[in-house]
Design a protein around this ligand. Structure first.
Ligand code: FSX
Ligand code: SF4
Ligand code: F3S
Length: 367
């Protein structure tokens, strides 16, 4: 690949001190869940690695993934991602348009064959030969296959590219399909969430930049560093759940006191994401902290997994204490619904509570 300044040189050129750089390396290391001894590797990698050519596609999606990414908090992240990656093609941010933009894309794919990173936002419609999403006269289906051919690795941004998201929700009128179901011969990292957390997106890219390999993934192709814990296990409202203190309606006194949102439909117990740890908008908040239940936006089929505002125990088999390990990391919440309701390992009090919820929902006639 063409010689260019190293990431470290570029950070320094942008006006950051060595101290800023080292602080950033420590932040990234901790954030990516790498043990402290890994800081040296991150520093060394940043000092020696050159820019990475990137093409970034937008298919069936809302562009919030880009929005989220652009708002990731650390300024050096922005420097690295926006300036230091060679962002050759991205419909949202590129200055070029029309033929010029397409030319840049194809030149990059040719020049850096086998070297470029392919980032995808959005699902790909496959019904009717993919006619539902076309760019520059080509279907997204053809574009994705062609671009994947020369890609070193692919990152599927957001739930759309990772699992189809709302476009794939029943009845999936366009045959919306996630990238990993189309491309089978390339390393693919799924970074779900609607949208994913900007810092998580940055963390995944920095990991690739520094280590030149994909991070450890779970059975759903998600980086374990960010998707191995349930929202429920990291949620600051968890003590309220354990104490049986629940919000019963959005404007009640319990809501004002910040009690647990489980009865309001919170899917935190079956959702794996870093929201409660990383939070959003520079660590300010996340849905639950803003008073809204988690809707499970990083899990497969979350649009079809039942009403957002109905509590989990109302669904047969949603044992609130069921863990991803119990159900297998490769299955989504919809599969959980098929598992017997042995809401286990809870203390007696909690068990009674769950049973009471089930009884209550039966009385309500599944309301
Ligand atoms: Fe999907 Fe991205 Fe949801 Fe939007 O672009 S993950 S619709 S918030 O943001 O693809
Ligand atoms: Fe937090 Fe939701 Fe779990 Fe309650 S049910 S502790 S609000 S994640
Ligand atoms: Fe999504 Fe739940 Fe986080 S709705 S943003 S995974 S708290």
């Amino acid at each position: 690949m063409e010689e260019s300044p190293t990431i470290y040189e570029q950070i320094r050129t942008s006006g950051y001190s060595r101290r800023d750089f080292l602080k950033f390396c420590a932040w990234v290391t901790a954030f990516m869940g790498i043990e402290a001894s890994g800081i040296g590797n991150v520093v060394r990698a940043m000092e020696t690695k050159h820019r990475l050519p990137v093409v970034w596609f937008h298919f069936q999606e809302c562009t919030c993934c880009s929005e989220s990414f652009l708002r990731s908090s650390h300024p050096i992240v922005a420097e690295i991602i926006l300036d230091k990656l060679s962002l050759a093609y991205t419909e949202t941010l590129q200055a070029a348009a029309g033929y010029q933009a397409e030319e840049v894309l194809y030149n990059t794919m040719k020049k850096y064959k086998g070297e470029y990173l392919m980032l995808v936002e959005g699902s790909v419609p496959t019904d009717n030969d993919g006619v539902y999403c076309c760019i520059a006269g080509k279907t997204s289906l053809d574009i994705v296959k062609e671009a994947a051919e020369g890609a070193k690795a692919i990152i599927s941004w957001g739930s759309c590219a990772s699992n189809g998201c709302i476009q794939a929700a029943n009845p999936n009128p366009t045959g919306a399909t996630p990238i990993h179901k189309i491309i089978k011969n390339k390393p693919i990292i799924n970074v779900p969430g609607c949208p994913p957390i900007g810092e998580v997106m940055a963390g995944v890219i920095v990991y690739l930049l520094t280590f030149d390999r994909i991070p450890e993934l779970d059975g759903m192709g998600r980086p374990k560093a960010f998707y191995s814990r349930r929202i429920h296990d990291t949620c600051y409202r968890r003590p309220n759940y354990d104490a049986g203190l629940f919000v019963e309606s959005f404007d009640d006194e319990s809501a004002r006191k910040g009690y647990c949102l489980y009865k309001m439909g919170c899917k935190g117990p079956v959702t794996y994401n870093a929201c409660a740890v990383t939070k959003w908008n520079n660590g300010v908040s996340y849905p639950i902290k803003s008073g809204h239940p988690c809707i499970g936006c990083s899990e497969e089929n979350f649009w079809d997994n039942g009403p957002f505002y109905q509590h989990l125990a109302s669904f047969p088999g949603f044992g609130i204490e069921t863990t991803a390990d119990d159900i297998g990391l490769a299955v989504g919440a919809v599969t959980v619904a098929g598992i017997a309701a042995h809401a286990v390992r809870a203390n007696i009090k909690k068990r009674k509570l769950i049973n009471a919820d089930i009884e209550e929902s039966k009385k309500e006639g599944g309301e």
